[in-house]
Design a protein around this ligand. Structure first.
Ligand code: CMP
Length: 223
């Protein structure tokens, strides 16, 4: 077990507040995996036998309709956990998970994770908070899919992106390594062509920039 693994674990929200001995014992449980961009981590319906923590990069949580349309439910980044639902419910995977960038993951087996939750009520409480926050976000997404037109959904998408992954600059935010138009389309339930057309429109009217690896989002995008 390397000092880097302990440092990675110390940065995971779920494990914050644990002492060095506890972090060291968790570090002994994890296995490190590297996945190339677009590599599949698992498919919806697969048997669930481990949880994963993203230590580098980003993953997309994806569901696919019977006619092959993909919807990205969430993008998870460094320090975030996935795969907990299959373990907690003893049910198959509820969604597929695909690497959005090159990714490094820490996996913990089902039996080790069960033991961790039994031994550390603090980790269990934090996990409940994570799941509650995801339900809140899923509700907000359902609201925007049900009540907003595509332009509104795109504006909401950029504001969430700014808050989650942006750095403040002037009266807006800069996001490095912006998502592709296709990823955005799959997140808000529309076509790539519509996303490209609306982004051109936002650029002309709202001073938003979406070039190279960067997106610049102005604070007044939704107003
Ligand atoms: P599991 O069902 O084991 O496998 C897919 C994982 O995707 C799931 O556990 C959660 O960790 C994650 N997941 C499913 N739905 C969402 C969502 N709406 N937001 C964030 N993560 C999710």
């Amino acid at each position: 077990m390397s000092p880097q693994t302990i440092e990675l674990i110390a940065n995971v929200e779920l494990f914050s507040g644990l002492d060095q001995d506890e972090l060291r014992s968790i570090a002994q449980l994890v296995h490190v995996r590297h996945i190339e961009r677009e590599g599949k981590i698992f498919d919806a319906g697969d048997r669930a036998d481990a949880v994963y923590i993203v230590s580098k990069g980003k993953v997309n949580i994806v569901i696919t309709s019977p006619d092959g349309k993909e919807l990205i439910l969430a993008v998870l980044g460094e320090g975030q956990i996935f795969g907990e639902m299959g373990l907690l419910e003893a049910a198959p995977r509820s969604a597929s998970v695909v690497a959005a960038t090159q990714v490094e993951l820490l996996s913990i087996s089902r039996s080790d994770f069960d033991q961790l939750l039994d031994q550390h009520p603090r980790i269990s409480r934090k996990l409940l908070a994570v799941i509650s926050q995801r339900l809140r976000r899923a509700n907000a997404k359902m609201e925007s899919l049900a009540y907003m037109d595509v332009a509104g959904r795109l504006a909401r998408y950029f504001l969430d992106l700014a808050r989650d992954h942006g750095q403040k600059l002037g009266n807006g935010w800069v996001v490095v390594r912006r998502p592709t138009h296709s990823e955005i389309a799959h997140s808000i339930g529309t076509s790539r062509e519509t996303v490209s057309r609306l982004i051109n429109d936002f650029e002309e009217r709202l001073g938003m920039a979406n070039q190279g690896r960067f997106t610049y989002i102005r604070e007044d995008l939704l107003s």
